[in-house]
Design a protein around this ligand. Sequence first.
Ligand SMILES: *Cc1c(COP(=O)(O)O)cnc(C)c1O
Length: 467
Amino acid sequence: MHYVSTRGTAPVLDFPDAMLAGLARDGGLYVPHHVPRLTPLEIRSLAGVPYAEAAARLGKPFLSHGPLADALLPTAEAAYADFRHVAKAPLVQLDDNLFLLELFHGPTLAFKDFAMQWLGRLMDRTLKERSRRATILGATSGDTGAAALDAFANCDNADVFILFPAGRVSDVQRRQMTTLGRDNAHAIAIEGTFDDCQAIVKTLFSDLDFRDSLALSGVNSINWARIQAQIVYYFTSAVALGSPGRRVSFSVPTGNFGDILAGYYAGQMGLPLGRLVIATNENDILVRALETGRYDLRAVKPTQSPSMDIQISSNFERLLFDVHDRDPKALLRLMDGLKQSGAFSIEPKPLERIRAQFDAFRVDEEACAREMARTYRETGITLDPHSAIGVHAARAALSRDPATPVVALATAHPAKFPEAVAAACGVAPAVPEPIAALAGRAESYPTLPNDAAEVAAYVRQRARILQ
Ligand SMILES: *Cc1c(COP(=O)(O)O)cnc(C)c1O
């Protein structure tokens, strides 16, 4: 399988090279040359299959052949071995036709572990095979960083540097990043927002000198291998609910559009979908874009769901590419507009195509708290604020179409956001062992200004690539 950039001028790469590249050299995102399709029989045969085996089967067509493709099953088994639930992604019923897909049983208690543990192992294997080292650089609104540092701390051939917005991640999220005590795993606080952190990462990636001399590699959700890993739980949960004989809708708490994009690709692969519901907090650029056709940046507003406090939804570019008939020129026009004026308009035809598959709901702070309280009262289940936004939007989707089951993705464990949960539900969530263990560990991290040159100097000094 070959991978092409959404902006059309970066080299065409195979899976391992697209994975190592992260962002394409022309600033675009890698997408598969075509999306492999499964027959209904192949989908049905995923029923009852262990999660790791489903991951290996669904990953295979994206790699075609080569040593990585041959090692997918043991890689998947290792990636998901430490998850604290045998099903890995268990499905729980909340209400009539409303289901919760628990994606928080991995080592850092957020759904990002699914992709990051997979990516870390695939990268480590590829680097070792090529006797190469890499410098992983990424930005986080909280959970990506924890998941990346955990996944790459044991990767001998990589140094990992993660930028996070100072004071804008939860206590648990920060401790997960800053207490690892490994000299190849660096968390860096930046005086700015998540979008500032991401802008620094983009700047450093587009400095080709810096990029090449440090063998920079990206693990943000722009990395195709992460999207690919997330496709798996859309299939396993839909099949558990009767797919392919039955359509299933998904409601997905959305920030960078990576998670829900995997659902879109699951549909392209042949999974019969109902609606894909984009659930946002008050940072609602995607809701406004679907309503008006205008993608229009505004200031980021801090909320109780910080992992979705994002305005630039990077992965939306991949969907835009598809709905513009995969025309890089159309994409370049939109992205130029974004750069020049902080906005672009989606033409009626591509907008119709987006609306044909996606709905979007904005869930404000109060509705999020009410949803946490309601779900707790009705089921005894505590939701974290991100998951509550997904469940709230799922109920809105169900009121439009009560006959199609909706799976709401639970993206973080409630104990990652104990204050918000306690304020809404009146009880503190039970503290699982990985979080309890954080309290006694020493934190270590620098705070740097919102300045790409300073970050570059810091990374240069510590990355072991040059020694
Ligand atoms: C990252 C994250 C999201 C948003 O996922 P995207 O792929 O960025 O849309 C939602 N909830 C939690 C808990 C997250 O960590």
